[in-house]
Write a new protein. Structure first.
Lengths: 283, 283
């Protein structure tokens, strides 16, 4: 009887664990099923490299959105990564425990703020700031990059900090005992040793920036055109889906699912890259 | 004639007395002339827990001083406070004074980095940096401003020879340091410290976990090295202390129980606890 209970509980846990995996499988199958037709109808290259997106005329080209996604994400990385890494170094190496106790919960709170609040704040604060001081419509790549940079900070800070803290204590001790300053130790021992963790943190942060929808809808301007500067409005994959899915049908809906496939593939690649890098470290 | 004989006898006995005096106080005289590190009333705390109680110890130059005792006796703490590596622990607090060449190392004007260059340290776990053998040795000198490749090569060869490792690695200096065996890695760590030309070398159980042959090689090089350096070692067992040290200090629960020359501590320990420890009755 007891043995039966053991077995049963194992089965139940397995079934529950399976449900989370199957959700992933279902979503994957569903968007591919819904979107794959577009790749055939429109043609793969015409879809990816097409310059014009006008569902009314059955033109589905997402190249401006690829550029939009890439520029906004890279912009967010350019702002967020240095701040995030410096912050994690500060937390791991310099901050007295009193400050750590303020910083850590604050950063976790940053992760907990709903993205629509970020978007709202961006729209009312960042966008006018850019419009007044830098020109342009204000709704722009720069505004999106700033908002996303703040949103990916928690991811980057938390993961890089963990990878810095979990380094063997002997790296640091050994280096300091050789008469190196703390700064030299951080630059030439700790950062290189924690490199894989930090790179993984950055990649996961990029994945999050790429997948973010609500906040960027509100501040990007959503024009489907190639941007000529960082002050120009753009549209990303996610905002494209977010804006149009509500009323789309037929081929239009399929094309939106196809956009989702492209995004899905890119994020999958980023995540597996991050996993590959962290695994390689473990070996 | 009779008087002369008496005088000669008197002179002879004086001579004996002086010789005897010199023999008895030889250690003491050497100590006075040749103290490298002088620890005065050192009390060490981790938060409220006291790790070292009112310790006084003089460490003579160019000798191997062993600090023996069961684990958790404050030995590692003592060693780490000699180059102020204990500062890294925010909960740690030291009272009392440590003089290096007569100057306090706790003074405000002391440059800790400079101090750690003068007092190098080797740890219980060999922790080479994840770079090549050559770079591991050249790492310290390089960051201290020596850039000349030829000069660095000279330092690397010299340091590796002193640590009795040169012959084994001279053909593969560019291989990663992690490819060496445990014993070689530990000798690499010794060489790394030597490359900085310190005055004092601290070794915290450098041979724990090493095979007897590697241990013998490290001991051999330590005995040679004392001609140029002052060595303080926490041996991983009593036998090692007996083999290599000139002076032995026995610590128990944060107290210095006894210290003296190798012969005096091992052949006629004054304290019963010392005797019990070195004969293996506890510890």
């Amino acid at each position: 009887m007891k043995k039966f209970k053991e077995k049963l509980s194992g089965r139940i846990f397995f079934a529950l664990a399976l449900s989370s995996i199957s959700a992933l499988a279902l979503i994957t199958v569903f968007i591919i099923y819904k979107g794959a037709q577009t790749f055939i109808d429109v043609g793969f290259f015409k879809f990816i490299f097409g310059m014009s997106w006008s569902p009314g005329r059955d033109e589905f080209g997402i190249f401006p959105m690829i550029i939009g996604t890439v520029t906004v994400t890279l912009g967010a990385a350019a702002i967020g990564v240095p701040i995030g890494i410096c912050c994690s170094i500060f937390l791991a190496e310099f901050a007295p425990s009193a400050l750590q106790n303020i910083f850590r919960p604050a950063i976790q709170l940053l992760a907990g703020i709903p993205s629509v609040v970020y978007g709202f704040w961006g729209l009312l604060f960042v966008v006018p700031l850019i419009r007044n001081y830098l020109g342009g419509p204000g709704l722009s790549i720069l505004a999106g990059a700033i908002i996303l940079a703040i949103m990916i900070l928690p991811t980057i800070i938390t993961i890089s900090e963990v990878s810095l803290i979990s380094l063997p204590r002997h790296y640091k001790d050994g280096s300091l005992a050789l008469g190196l300053t703390q700064w030299q130790t951080i630059c030439s021992v700790q950062l290189p040793a924690a490199k894989s963790g930090i790179v993984a943190a950055v990649i996961l942060g990029l994945g999050r920036a790429m997948g973010e929808t609500m906040a960027v809808i509100m501040v990007l301007g959503n024009a489907v055109a190639l941007p000529d500067s960082i002050l120009a409005p753009v549209r990303t994959f996610t905002t494209n889906i977010g804006i149009e899915m509500g009323y789309a049908s037929g081929e239009h809906q399929q094309a939106l699912f196809a956009t989702g496939i492209v995004l899905f593939v890119i994020i999958m690649m980023l995540n597996s890259l991050a996993q590959y890098i962290t695994r390689r470290k473990a070996k | 004639m009779k008087n002369y004989a008496a005088l000669a006898k008197l002179c002879y006995s004086f001579k004996l007395q002086i010789l005897c005096f010199a023999k008895i106080y030889k250690g003491w005289i050497i100590k006075i002339l040749n103290v490298k590190i002088s620890i005065k009333n050192l009390n060490f705390y981790y938060n409220d827990k006291q790790a070292i109680h009112d310790l006084n110890l003089d460490i003579p130059a160019n000798e191997v001083t062993s600090v023996i005792g069961p684990s958790d006796s404050g030995i590692t703490t003592l060693l780490r406070s000699l180059n102020r590596l204990c500062d890294l622990n925010r909960e740690a607090r030291a009272e009392g004074d440590i003089l290096l060449d007569g100057k306090s190392i706790f003074g405000k004007e002391v440059n800790v980095t400079e101090l750690r260059r003068r007092v190098g340290m080797v740890f219980d776990v060999p922790a080479p940096l994840p770079i090549s053998i050559f770079d591991n040795i050249a790492y310290g000198p390089r960051l201290n401003g020596k850039k000349n490749r030829k000069e660095l090569a000279g330092i690397v060869e010299q340091s590796l020879s002193m640590a009795a490792l040169w012959d084994e690695v001279k053909d593969r200096l560019n291989k990663p340091a992690m490819s060496l065996s445990g014993g070689q890695q530990q000798r690499l760590c010794v060489a790394r410290v030597l490359a900085l030309m310190p005055e004092v070398i601290l070794l915290d159980r450098p041979c724990s976990g090493l095979d007897p042959i590697s241990t013998a090689k490290i001991e051999e090089s330590l005995i040679k090295l004392k001609e140029r350096f002052t060595i303080v070692i926490a041996p991983h067992n009593v036998q090692q202390a007996g083999r290599i040290s000139d002076r032995v200090a026995f610590m128990l629960m944060g107290d210095l129980i006894e210290e003296g020359t190798n012969a005096s501590v091992f052949s006629s320990p004054k304290d019963r606890r010392t005797n019990d420890y070195i004969t293996g009755r506890f510890g």
